[in-house]
Design a protein around this ligand. Structure first.
Ligand SMILES: Nc1nc2c(ncn2[C@@H]2O[C@H](COP(=O)(O)OP(=O)(O)OP(=O)(O)O)[C@@H](O)[C@H]2O)c(=O)[nH]1
Length: 398
């Protein structure tokens, strides 16, 4: 499909430093990024039940993956965050304990995923579900669309009503999963039926105010990444600002569509306000794969292991329908992929300048986030030391 491609590989200095990059360095722009990186390193959580999160002043949004046995929960997690190929999930063993995973260690998007074993009775009185739901940002309930879903629907109802009582702020997301085996008509019909039954159950219980979002997903195509993108976006407080920045960027650069992607997970954390179609999204994912694969092979010589992606990373792909795809590094974890017409790409200098402004603005947005988190951290540490003082650690005056 592509008639030509230019790929600037990360870590290998295969592309010369552009004037704009030099300008960035002169401005000390990348120093800020190092600050951001340093901060994100400090926020890595240990296996201490979230205690260090508390001390760091940040509670990461928690995403729960729930659903009946064999509905596909672990497969989703492995495919989206561990790059497991869908076929390999056939050999996954049943999960028999809650698996908690920090996503912040490898990517920009910072959250925890808790994968629940299907057979667990989490309403057992010995099971502290209140503690779990209290810190939850999103609850993803996975329903196997290739199976009879009556039991799954009653489980969904029970889970949602219990969770809502503990924490009404949770986003409830329903993945109608494994739709790869269904025809298009069948998919829509299933979605309509599940949507109706789930909402009827809530209405019967007098809980119409609970909002459920539905997604048709499969690990065999990009639908699972797209659905996860939407779930994660709802947990990013800076989303409206990022969307606004992208809108300004595309309208001033003759660009048709722009996405901000988390490189590791291929989750897009923001896009401009024009509608997203699946094909465009798939092309972006493929482009990121190409860049990372080529960089892995040719761009990493001698450098330490890790993501082969850095501030040199960029790629241009000319499609045979006069569209150009342009990928550029934004931060260590983020990349921008945009679509534009060949004619607009002739003004690449303007686009690059506007991109430079966009990148700076995005950095400022996240600098504010870092400052807020740092002051929260300081506050929590102060509170913590006050607490230990009042518990008698320091000697009292006589
Ligand atoms: N066709 C199809 N099969 C899938 C999909 N996702 C997962 N599966 C298959 O479903 C089976 C069960 O997947 P798991 O991820 O182990 O399910 P689980 O919900 O984690 O199961 P428990 O650990 O027992 O709770 C595996 O054989 C997967 O290959 C999908 O999108 N399409």
């Amino acid at each position: 499909m592509a008639t030509g491609e230019e790929i600037g590989m990360g870590c290998g200095r295969s592309a010369p430093l552009s004037r704009q990059d030099e300008g960035d360095a002169a401005l000390g722009y990348y120093d800020n990024e190092d600050d951001l990186e340093a901060f994100s390193n400090t926020e890595l959580c240990s296996e201490d039940g979230g205690f260090s999160d508390y001390l760091n002043g940040e509670v990461k949004p928690r995403i729960l993956l729930m659903g009946l046995r064999r509905s596909g929960k672990s497969s989703i997690q492995k495919v989206v965050f561990h790059k497991m190929s869908p076929n390999e999930t056939l050999f996954l063993e049943s999960t028999n304990k809650i698996c908690r995973e920090e996503v912040s260690s490898s990517s920009f998007v910072s959250f925890q995923i808790w994968d629940f074993p299907g057979q667990i009775d989490f309403f057992d009185p010995t099971f502290d579900y209140e503690m779990i739901f209290r810190g939850t940002g999103a609850l993803i309930f996975v329903i196997d669309s290739q199976d009879d879903y009556v039991e799954a629907l009653s489980r969904l109802h029970l889970t949602v009503t219990r969770a809502y009582k503990v924490n009404p702020d949770i986003n409830f997301e329903v993945f109608i999963h494994k739709v790869d085996g269904l025809s298009d008509d069948h998919k829509i019909e299933k979605q309509r039926d599940i949507h109706k039954r789930a909402n009827d159950d809530l209405a019967d219980a007098g809980l119409e105010q609970i909002h459920l979002s539905f997604y048709l997903t499969s690990i065999y195509d990009h639908s699972i990444f797209e659905a996860f993108s939407k779930v994660v976006q709802k947990l990013i407080p800076q989303l409206p600002t990022l969307e606004n920045l992208l809108n300004i960027f595309i309208s001033n650069s003759g660009i048709e569509k722009a996405f901000l992607f988390d490189v590791v997970s291929k989750i897009y954390i923001a896009t401009d306000s024009s509608p997203v179609d699946m094909q465009t999204y798939e092309l972006c994912c493929d482009m990121i794969d190409v860049v990372i694969d080529i960089s892995c092979i040719y761009g990493l010589a001698g450098s330490e292991a890790g993501l082969p992606y850095d501030k040199e990373s960029m790629a241009i792909i000319h499609l045979n329908n006069t569209t150009v795809m342009y990928l550029k590094e934004v931060t260590k974890f983020l990349t921008m992929v945009c679509f534009l017409r060949k004619e607009s790409f002739e003004r690449k200098g303007l686009i690059d300048y506007n991109f430079y402004c966009l990148k700076k603005a995005i950095q400022e947005v996240f600098d504010v986030r870092v400052k807020v988190q740092q002051s929260r951290k300081l506050l929590s540490q102060r509170r913590w030391s006050k607490l230990t003082m009042t518990n008698g650690a320091p000697s009292k005056p006589h």
